[in-house]
Design a protein around this ligand. Structure first.
Ligand SMILES: Cc1cc2nc3c(=O)[nH]c(=O)nc-3n(C[C@H](O)[C@H](O)[C@H](O)COP(=O)(O)OP(=O)(O)OC[C@H]3O[C@@H](n4cnc5c(N)ncnc54)[C@H](O)[C@@H]3O)c2cc1C
Length: 429
C-alpha cells in the first residue's frame, strides 16, 4: 500500500501520450516565500491560481504539482464537458436549484473558454450533444424518463431506437437512447496542459513537487522533497488526496475508474465508428462511457474501484471485454492505451469546499464532472479568499457533502452497495 501523498498510477495517461512530449516545469527547490500556495495543478488548482492572479496581480503565487501536468486526473478523464446540465423531471424546488447550478456550470465553462482564448491553444473542443444509452430494460426506463421530462420542460431531446443509436455510434448494443443537444467533447490532456502553460505572470508552476507536509503557523510551511515553501494562504486543490493532510476524511471517498483508447482504426473500417463526433453516457451510474476520438479511435471508460487501484492487466482485460461486447466486429482492434484515474466521491454529490482554517482553503469532491465543476469551484474559492465574500449562493446551490460512515462501516457499506448496483447495472457495464 502506497504512502504517497498523491495517487500514483501504474500506466501513463493515453490522452497525454497522443500529444507531443511536454517538458515539465522544474521542481520547487530551496526556500520559497509566496503570498498564495496552490497545491495541485488540476482544473480546480489552475482556476484558483488564475483567479488569484487576476484579483491580486501583485501577489506571488506558487502552484505545486506532485506529478506532471497531463498525468493527473484532470487529463485522465473522458473529456465530457457541459455548459448546461439539462435536468428534467424535477420538482419545482429541485428545478430552482438546478437553475442556480446551471448558472455556475455556465460560469465554469466560460472561464475555461477564456483560458483557452488567453493561451491560444486547441483542445479539440466540439459541441457534439450527448447520448444517454440504454442496454437494459431498466436503462430504457431512464431513457423514457429523460425524454418525458424533457418534453414537459421544453428541452430538446430525441428518442433513438436501436438503429438510431447505431447510426450515431456504430454499435447495435444499445436498445435505445436519448440524444440531447447540449454537451461538448474535448481532449483533456491538451486542455489541462494548455491551461497550465497559459497561467498569468505572477503564477509560478512547479511540477514533480509533491507537498508532503503542511505545518501550522502564519505563514504556513509546506514541505516538498526539495523545497520549503512559506505561504500566507494555502489552497488545497488535490481532490481526494486532500485526505493525506487530515482534511475532510469523513466526507470523501477515492474512486478509481479506467479508460482505454483503441489503436488507430484503418480508414476502410471507419464507417463502423458511426457519426463524425459523438459521446455516449450510460443509463446506470456504474455503466460504461463511450466516445469517438478524432477520425480513427474509440474510447471506453468503465470499472470502479474503492480507495485502491485494480491490477493494470485485469483492468485492461475487463475494458477490452466490454469494448468487444459493443463492437464484436472490431474485436481484433487493440486498446493501445489503458489507464486509471481517481475521482473524489461524496455521498450526495455535493463538494467539500471553503475555508478549512486560518489561511487554509480547499475544494474537493467533483465526482465525475470536474472539468467544469472544478473550474468554477476553484475560481470562486479564489474570489472568497481575496474579497472575503462567503459565496453563499454557490454554497447553497452545490449544497454540503454528507458525512460518510466511519470505518469499518464505510468499506462494508461501499462493498454492499457496489455489489447491489453492479447487479442492477448488468449490461450497462
Ligand atoms: C477515467 C475518468 C473519467 C472521467 N471523466 C470525466 C469527464 O468526462 N468529464 C468530467 O468533467 N470529469 C471526468 N472525470 C472526473 C475529473 O477528472 C475530475 O473531477 C477532475 O480531474 C477534478 O479536478 P481537480 O483539479 O479537482 O482534481 P485532480 O484533477 O485530481 O487534480 C488534483 C491534482 O493534485 C495533485 N496532487 C495531489 N496531491 C498532491 C500533493 N500532495 N502535492 C502536490 N500535488 C498533489 C494531483 O497530482 C493532481 O494533478 C473523470 C475521471 C476519471 C478518472
Amino acid at each position: 500500500m502506497s504512502l504517497s501523498p498523491l495517487p500514483v498510477y501504474a500506466d501513463a495517461c493515453g490522452w497525454n501520450a497522443l500529444l507531443p512530449p511536454r517538458p515539465p516545469r522544474p521542481p520547487a527547490q530551496g526556500d520559497i516565500r509566496v503570498k498564495y500556495a496552490v497545491v495541485g495543478a488540476g482544473y480546480t488548482g489552475l482556476a484558483a491560481a488564475r483567479r488569484l492572479a487576476e484579483l491580486d496581480p501583485q501577489a506571488e503565487i506558487a502552484v505545486l504539482e506532485g506529478t506532471t501536468v497531463g498525468e493527473g486526473s484532470s487529463a485522465r478523464n473522458s473529456g465530457f464537458a457541459t455548459r448546461f446540465d439539462a435536468k428534467v423531471g424535477l420538482s419545482p424546488k429541485e428545478a430552482a436549484r438546478a437553475e442556480q447550478l446551471n448558472r455556475f456550470t455556465g460560469e465554469g465553462f466560460d472561464y475555461l473558454l477564456a483560458g483557452m482564448a488567453a493561451g491560444g491553444f486547441s483542445c479539440d473542443l466540439e459541441e457534439t450533444g450527448r447520448i444517454l444509452g440504454a442496454a437494459t430494460e431498466a436503462g430504457e426506463a431512464k431513457v423514457r424518463e429523460l425524454i418525458d421530462g424533457a418534453a414537459a420542460q421544453g428541452v430538446a431531446a430525441r428518442l433513438l431506437d436501436r438503429a438510431g443509436v447505431a447510426a450515431l455510434t456504430g454499435t447495435t448494443y444499445y436498445r435505445s437512447g436519448a440524444r440531447t443537444e447540449s454537451g461538448y467533447l474535448l481532449q483533456p490532456a491538451a486542455l489541462i496542459r494548455g491551461l497550465a502553460d497559459a497561467l498569468p505572470a505572477g503564477v509560478r508552476l512547479y511540477e514533480t513537487s509533491p507537498v508532503e507536509a503542511i505545518e501550522e503557523g502564519r505563514p504556513r510551511l509546506l514541505r516538498t522533497p526539495q523545497a520549503r515553501i512559506r505561504a500566507e494562504c494555502v489552497v488545497l486543490a488535490t481532490n481526494a488526496a486532500i485526505k493525506h493532510f487530515g482534511v475532510w476524511r469523513d466526507g470523501l471517498v477515492t474512486i478509481y475508474t479506467y479508460a482505454g483508447l483503441t489503436e488507430p482504426i484503418a480508414p476502410e473500417r471507419q464507417e463502423r465508428l458511426g457519426a463524425a463526433a459523438w459521446g455516449l453516457l450510460p443509463a446506470h451510474r456504474l455503466g460504461s462511457t463511450l466516445r469517438r476520438v478524432g477520425a480513427d479511435r474509440l474510447m471506453i471508460r468503465s470499472l470502479y474501484a474503492y480507495e485502491w487501484p485494480i491490477d493494470s492487466r485485469a483492468a485492461a482485460q475487463a475494458l477490452k471485454a466490454r469494448f468487444d461486447r459493443r463492437y464484436p466486429e472490431l474485436a481484433d482492434v487493440r486498446l493501445q492505451y489503458v489507464w486509471g484515474g481517481t475521482t473524489a466521491l461524496t455521498m450526495n454529490g455535493s463538494p467539500r469546499w471553503g475555508r478549512i482554517g486560518e489561511g487554509l482553503y480547499g475544494s474537493a469532491g467533483c465526482n465525475g464532472a470536474g472539468i467544469v465543476k472544478g473550474t468554477v469551484l476553484g475560481k470562486r474559492l479564489a474570489e472568497m479568499i481575496v474579497t472575503g465574500d462567503a459565496q453563499e449562493a454557490l454554497q447553497s446551490a452545490y449544497g454540503r457533502a454528507d458525512r460518510i460512515a466511519p470505518e469499518p462501516f464505510r468499506t462494508i457499506g461501499f462493498r454492499l452497495v457496489s455489489a447491489i448496483e453492479s447487479r442492477k447495472a448488468g449490461a450497462e457495464m
